[in-house]
Design a protein around this ligand. Structure first.
Ligand SMILES: CCCCCCCC/C=C\CCCCCC(=O)SCCNC(=O)CCNC(=O)[C@H](O)C(C)(C)COP(=O)(O)OP(=O)(O)OC[C@H]1O[C@@H](n2cnc3c(N)ncnc32)[C@H](O)[C@@H]1OP(=O)(O)O
Ligand code: FAD
Length: 674
């Protein structure tokens, strides 16, 4: 594994772990990156972007005031954007996530401990221009946006509504006299709220508003709106804009609010790929599917699965390396204190994080490929696969973000007190990832979208109609007997599918019972939503497990024997872990016995011991440079205590021997003179 400094002194425990590792680390790096070519290109990009030291700060971000933090983040965003236009442009021809490759996105993390104020520009503004504009509109806006001549964001959520998009209150009323739309915020709750970069950075934004023309409301539509002067950056008349204040994370993203007072924009600024308003005010629907204006959200949900896999890889790297150098307690009085990584409970906390990072990474690539296929079909006017894809991307977004946030927090627990230090890197990772569970569609809300699809699919299966691929297992839901338990990987995956089918069946039965008892369909659905969320979660677990397993078998077909073994151990660990987490469900819906579960627990514990010698090798294989980790605990060299002390000494509190607070408050209080 290449590191920036080849002459570094490595902590002896970490060196010992690396010597113990029995598989080829680079081969696993290639699997995680999606191939050797991708690894080579990633390294080139990282070398160009990071070797100059431009990502470093003289003073740690955490010691800056909010204003300094923001300005510093803008400074570095501009450096990085300029690099992207110049040095990195040619290198970024990787298998790309549309606008910019995920590698470019990830490399940017070296520049920010929180996030770039440009995140929404690249993450949503540019993708909306690409996905919602006519070709003419695109040819006008896209070059300006890609060249960063204009900077934009995505302002959909309002103070009063985020989830329920149809409930948004901002209006865009067409005036045929002037051929303009009049944007207006009729209430306080209609103010746009949350958009990243809106507070101070952007001069344009996508605004989602209720479209009125000829006195009729046509629902929400996207508009491109200039909000600040292109030269002075002063907010334009009719615009009320500002920053929303401190948050749990995202503090360098200047999330903002925005209100309109009868603010006029040209007719052409409605994004007209899916629907148009003609000069005379006639509304023309172009798209075949009513939800295509939600396209940017679907895109980001897909991207987020990859994003959280990467952040989980970072947290597990930090926690595993730290657990290898940290020694604590003395279970055997005559022996030295063990590395905490030797405790089986510690392995239980950490190895699932490594396995989940792999599972989500592989699922994200698979999801991206499915998305590309859906987009290609839609280009030809066919939207048949969209409902299944919406159900799939919704549940994968919900489960991947929720699992990653939980496991990153578990990594923090695994690092004891030092994990609570900002300098460990884990709190910032957690603050970032916990927000992903909420934004771009809340966890529960998205799982309920998947549940709608599952219930419909169940009814199709009942009627013996054909099923789409991700729910084909529902065809076996009516055998009348419980699924046969079998602890092979394929057997466990079948059991996960049986759980999902069984839970969906319970929901349908309960809803029907409730409706027979007099509840309306809406109320019967509402009363069943706890179970519907559980069914969607079970479905998603089955999809992840199945995809992870199939992809690993495919990707390791030509791997060296030890890589095959260790990758197989990780996938098996994932399956055992979730089977043991769901024992109650397995007892309900499969033939598993108490003895089978006791045996599975033992097999799981034995698997942890088998993975243990390769744990550091596995996180080294994520190949995350120190610049990306921002961590005193997780650096490649393992100089944990030295780094903790170096960071502590940087605290502005240590600048003077006696704090001003002594003479101002402590002394007067202690001398009884306060
Ligand atoms: C690579 C470079 C970029 C790097 C990127 C880094 C990653 C980070 C990037 C950016 C940071 C992002 C910051 C956060 C930004 C935001 O949060 S933007 C705001 C996001 N907001 C939401 O996600 C709102 C969530 N709400 C909804 O999506 C919808 O309101 C709803 C789905 C919950 C309900 O919609 P509604 O219109 O009320 O529909 P329903 O009546 O429930 O359903 C009707 C049918 O429509 C189907 N449907 C719904 N959505 C879709 C869709 N997107 N596609 C296809 N179909 C959809 C739904 O299933 C129903 O179908 P049936 O009637 O057949 O059941
Ligand atoms: C860091 C961050 C950045 C963001 N950036 C942007 C941005 O750039 N642009 C933008 O437009 N928005 C942005 N958002 C807003 C984000 O998209 C919304 O907060 C998110 O979609 C959730 O909506 P909400 O806040 O209305 O939550 P609510 O819908 O009010 O959710 C509150 C609770 O109610 C529950 N709930 C709501 N509806 C239902 C239902 N139908 N059934 C069951 N339970 C329900 C939810 O599960 C949740 O538990 C951002 C948010 C955050 C936190």
């Amino acid at each position: 594994m290449t590191q920036t400094n080849n002459n570094m002194t490595v902590n002896p425990d970490l060196a010992m772990e690396r010597a113990k590792c029995n598989f080829n680390v680079l081969e696993v790096t290639h699997i995680f990156d999606g191939g050797e070519r991708n690894t080579l290109q990633r390294k080139k990009i990282e070398d160009v972007a990071l070797n100059s030291g431009a990502s470093k700060d003289a003073l740690g971000e955490e010691h800056m005031s909010p204003k300094e933090k923001y300005e510093n983040a803008v400074r570095k965003s501009c450096i990085y954007a300029t690099m992207m236009k110049n040095e990195l442009a040619e290198l970024s021809g990787l298998e790309s996530f549309g606008v910019s490759s995920p590698v470019i996105r990830r490399t940017a993390d070296a520049f920010f401990k929180e996030v770039s104020p440009f995140l929404l520009h690249l993450g949503m503004f540019v993708p909306t221009i690409m996905g919602q504009c006519t070709p003419e509109q695109q040819s006008y806006w896209l070059p300006r946006a890609l060249d960063m001549q204009i900077i934009g964001t995505y302002a959909q959520t309002e103070l009063g509504h985020g989830t329920f998009i149809r409930g948004l209150e901002t209006t865009a009323t067409y005036d045929p006299e002037t051929e303009e739309f009049v944007l207006h915020s009729p209430t306080l709750s209609s103010y746009k709220w949350w958009a990243g970069g809106l507070g101070k950075t952007v001069n344009y934004c996508i605004v989602v508003a209720q479209l009125y023309t000829k006195g009729e409301c046509h629902g929400t539509h996207p508009f491109i709106v200039q909000i600040r002067d292109e030269d002075t950056h002063v907010p334009l008349p009719g615009i009320k804009v500002g920053e929303i204040g401190p948050k749990m994370g995202f503090n360098t993203a200047d999330n903002g609010f925005l209100g309109f007072d009868h603010y006029r924009i040209p007719r052409e600024h409605m994004l007209m790929k899916n629907a148009q308003v003609l000069k005379d005010g006639t509304y023309v629907k172009v798209a075949r599917h009513g939800k295509l204006t939600y396209g940017t959200m679907v895109f980001v949900r897909v991207v987020l699965v990859n994003e959280v896999a990467f952040n989980l890889a970072k947290a597990s790297t930090i926690a595993v390396r730290y657990s290898a150098i940290r020694r604590q307690s003395k279970p055997k009085p005559d022996e030295v204190e063990p590395q905490i990584l030797d405790y089986v409970t510690q392995q239980h906390k950490l190895f699932i994080a490594i396995a989940t990072a792999h599972a989500l990474q592989l699922c994200s690539t698979w999801l991206w490929e499915s998305f590309s296929a859906v987009l290609a079909q839609m280009k030809g006017g066919n939207t048949d696969t969209l409902p299944e894809f919406h159900a799939l991307s919704s549940c994968l977004k919900a489960i991947s973000t929720s699992d990653s946030a939980h496991l990153i927090e578990q990594c923090r627990h695994a690092c004891g007190g030092h994990g609570y230090m900002i300098s460990s890197g884990i709190p910032n990772l957690y603050n970032f990832v916990s927000a992903t569970r909420t934004y771009e569609g809340d966890y529960t809300v998205l799982l309920l979208q998947t549940a709608r699809f599952l219930v419909k699919a169940y009814e199709q299966a009942e009627a013996k109609k054909p099923l789409t691929p991700t729910v084909s297992y529902l065809a076996h839901a009516f055998s009348g007997s419980r699924a046969t338990w079998d602890n092979s990987p394929d057997g466990i995956i079948r059991s996960f599918q049986a759980l999902a089918a069984g839970k969906t069946a319970v929901c349908v039965t309960n809803m029907r019972k409730r409706m027979r008892a007099g509840l309306s369909q809406v109320d019967a659905w509402e009363m069943s939503t706890i179970q519907l969320v559980a069914a969607a979660e079970a479905h998603c677990r089955a999809v992840i497990a199945d995809t992870y397993r199939k992809e690993i078998v495919r990707l390791t077909a030509n791997s060296s024997p030890n890589v095959k073994v260790v990758m197989d151990q990780l996938t098996t660990l994932y399956l055992y872990y979730w089977a043991l987490e769901r024992t109650g469900d397995l007892l309900m819906f499969t033939s598993v016995s108490q003895k089978d579960l006791v045996d599975l627990q033992i097999a799981y514990e034995e698997l942890l011991l088998k993975i243990r010698p390769n744990a550091v090798g596995l996180v080294d294989a994520f190949d995350l440079r120190d610049e990306l980790l921002h961590s005193t605990l997780g650096s490649y060299d393992g100089r944990v205590y030295e780094r903790l002390m170096e960071e502590a000494l940087k605290s502005p509190m240590n600048k003077e021997p006696v704090s001003d607070a002594y003479s101002k408050y402590l002394r007067p209080m202690m001398k009884g003179k306060l």
